[in-house]
Design a protein. Structure first.
Length: 404
């Protein structure tokens, strides 16, 4: 099914009395079944992805337009996919909104990047800026400065209910080692927190590191992400750093550790208001990546994978709620270079168990669920999946049938 903006944006597989899979029968009384809402696409296009949601079930993400560019959206039941546009360039993307429907963004301008970089991954050569959607308009946010230098590019990725945003921005400092981590990248970058008035503050990396990025911020003002050297902290195709970091409210960086000594990638991706952080970390020998849950009391805990899968990652920005439920993606052993790519499925982790979300929706759901990106305290989940009839990628919203 292809849905148009806005009226056709909801395709519902209603809650059905399906039998609970064997792994969630019995004592796991918290397992839920879900209603599936296909968020659809913009008119005359076939692609959308959802990257987060607020407590009201409003969803942020991006979708293809008729000319093939990608635009950020805000989805609500009333308006469907609202196209948030760009800053004059061809592309933009959005994270999940806060409860005021303020949206963190990265959007291209019409100006060419003087260093010919691909900071936001769109491949167009345009400058890309962090921005916020607020009061019905998109406003760019400043980049970082270092001495007499000011960076060209930035991204806002997360936002809290206080209007604070986090992400990353270039500093203007050229570093020839950056292209080792991200081909074509010339400038160093730092983790940023923007106040609700747009003022930018750098979140300093861990001692000995030179670059950092933040992905998530909770309503207390704590943030999480990763730091490292420019050569060891790639930004594309996804942001991965060697040292998982949580920043306290005063900006103090806290090293979250690792699942095994000597590993290459450890990144905090989401955190709740209790200060619990979920992220992705290499296992021993850098053999694969597993989702972790970090708490101040227990440190970093490996959440494993589904069944015989070999890898898992958490959803970004809002992948853990205040009940400790985590959503993400679990994948099998097919390598990324294989003709048959890895088979990946969305998961829900709760009460010590990881469950395949596809087993918790009706069999006639229009989508196969590939990844959960965000979960709110009502248990609603946003992510994206594959439309069974066409193979197109669509964003989704899952509504728990049992709200208790």
């Amino acid at each position: 099914m292809r849905c148009s903006l806005p009226a056709c944006a909801i395709a519902i597989a209603v809650c059905a009395p399906i039998a609970a899979p064997a792994q969630i029968r019995g004592e796991d009384h918290q397992a839920r079944h879900y209603e599936v809402i296909d968020l659809g696409t913009f008119r005359d296009a076939t692609f959308s992805q959802a990257f987060g949601l607020n407590s009201g079930g409003h969803v942020g993400g991006f979708a293809a337009t008729a000319d093939g560019s990608l635009h950020a959206f805000l989805w609500t039941r009333h308006r469907g996919l609202q196209n948030l546009g760009t800053l004059g360039g061809p592309n933009s993307f959005a994270g999940g909104p806060n409860d005021k429907d303020e949206v963190p963004l990265a959007a291209e301008t019409s100006a060419a990047d003087p260093n010919f970089e691909n900071f936001c991954g769109f491949g167009t050569g345009h400058i890309c800026l962090a921005a916020v959607w607020r009061h019905g308009m998109m406003t760019p946010l400043p980049n970082l400065t270092s001495g007499n230098f000011t960076g060209n590019n930035g991204e806002a990725v997360g936002i809290n209910n206080r209007g604070q945003l986090v992400g990353l921005a270039e500093t203007g400092v050229l570093d020839p080692t950056c292209s080792t981590g991200t081909p074509g990248q010339l400038e160093r970058f730092g983790a940023v927190i923007w106040d609700d008035d747009g003022t930018a503050h750098e979140l300093r990396p861990l001692p000995g590191d030179t670059v950092a990025f933040a992905i998530t911020i909770n309503n207390v003002g704590q943030a999480a992400g990763s730091s490292g050297a420019c050569a060891t902290t790639p930004l594309l195709p996804i942001q991965l750093g060697p040292h998982a970091v949580m920043w306290e409210r005063d900006g103090t960086p806290v090293d979250l550790g690792s699942l095994a000594a000597g590993t290459t990638f450890n990144t905090g991706a989401s955190m709740n208001d209790l200060g619990q952080v979920v992220g992705g970390a290499n296992t021993a020998g850098n053999k694969t990546i597993h989702t972790f849950l970090w708490t101040k009391e227990r440190g970093m805990r490996d959440l494993g994978t589904l069944g015989i899968d070999v890898a898992s990652i958490p959803g970004g920005m809002g992948g853990v709620n205040n009940k400790g439920q985590v959503v993400g993606q679990s994948c099998d052993a097919n390598p990324l270079t294989a003709q048959t790519p890895p088979h990946c499925r969305a998961y829900l982790w709760q009460a010590g168990k990881m469950l395949d979300l596809n087993s918790l929706v009706p069999a006639d759901s229009p989508l196969y669920l590939n990844i959960g990106f965000g979960i709110n305290d009502a248990g609603e989940i946003a992510g994206y999946g594959t439309e069974k009839g066409t193979g197109d990628t669509h964003g989704f919203l899952l509504i728990p049938c049992d709200r208790d």
